[in-house]
Design a protein around this ligand. Structure first.
Ligand SMILES: O=C(O)COP(=O)(O)O
Ligand SMILES: [Mg+2]
Length: 227
């Protein structure tokens, strides 16, 4: 039997230019164990991906702020504190950096995401002033202002319990600091070659290939191992 998977999306299932790699649609529909999509993106994104993969909508969105498994959605964490930080950031002249088309936050329930073009120093200053309940996470795709109480890893514990699977049975693959908590919960963890320093440090293995090349290689090895 292949192991259950906890997969990051951006940087892990994508190409260098940010598209979903076509191999995702070959490899994941047939994976004969649970596949959890664990992302910093808002809830509709992984739901749509799971839907179009023909898989159960087992997803961790907003870095653990929203967890959906077995037809139940849990909205976790405190959205008020992240929103207050972003409000203060705006009052000091900060801009989220998405221009007029803020679909990034349109459906976001527990945190706020800012473009990498946003003023990071100001954002971190305002977040630090708000105290310890809020943190800024840099995924390499966006800055996320989130509650410290939620993480992809806690989300994975919740999903594992709902599925009746031990968390350490999962194999996790990811590329950035928002995957570190997943790596700590999963029994085996891989960072793709494009991963940031935090993910590389936390992973059991850093693979040589980047993006979906790296992920496809891990999946092939897992299949071979269990063949
Ligand atoms: O939304 C982001 O910033 C990154 O998303 P990811 O967690 O799927 O890599
Ligand atoms: Mg990622």
């Amino acid at each position: 039997m292949v192991p259950p998977l906890a997969l990051d999306i951006d940087g892990t299932l994508t190409t260098a230019s940010g598209r979903i790699d076509a191999r995702v649609f070959e490899l994941l529909p047939e994976w004969d164990a649970p596949v959890v999509l664990a992302t910093g993106k808002a809830f509709p994104y992984p739901v749509a991906l799971a839907h179009f993969l023909g898989r159960a909508e087992t997803v961790i969105a907003e870095n653990g702020g929203v967890v959906h498994v077995d037809d139940e959605t849990a909205v976790l964490g405190d959205s008020a504190a992240p929103r207050a930080v972003v409000e203060a950031f705006r009052e000091r002249g900060g801009d989220l950096g998405w221009g007029g088309r803020d679909t990034v936050n349109r459906w976001r329930e527990t945190e706020v995401a800012l473009s990498l073009d946003a003023d990071e120093a100001l954002l971190r200053e305002v977040a630090a002033a708000a105290g310890g309940d809020v943190e800024v996470v840099d995924t390499g795709y966006a800055f996320h202002v989130k509650s410290t109480g939620v993480s992809k890893g806690r989300g994975l514990e919740r999903v594992a319990e709902a599925l009746g699977v031990e968390p350490d049975k999962f194999v996790a693959i990811g590329d950035s600091e928002n995957d570190v908590s997943t790596f700590a919960v999963a029994g085996e963890s891989y960072a793709v070659a494009n991963a940031d320093a935090a993910a590389r440090e936390a992973a059991d293995v850093v693979v040589e290939e980047p993006y979906m090349d790296g992920t496809a290689g891990v999946l092939a090895d897992l299949r071979k191992r269990t063949a």
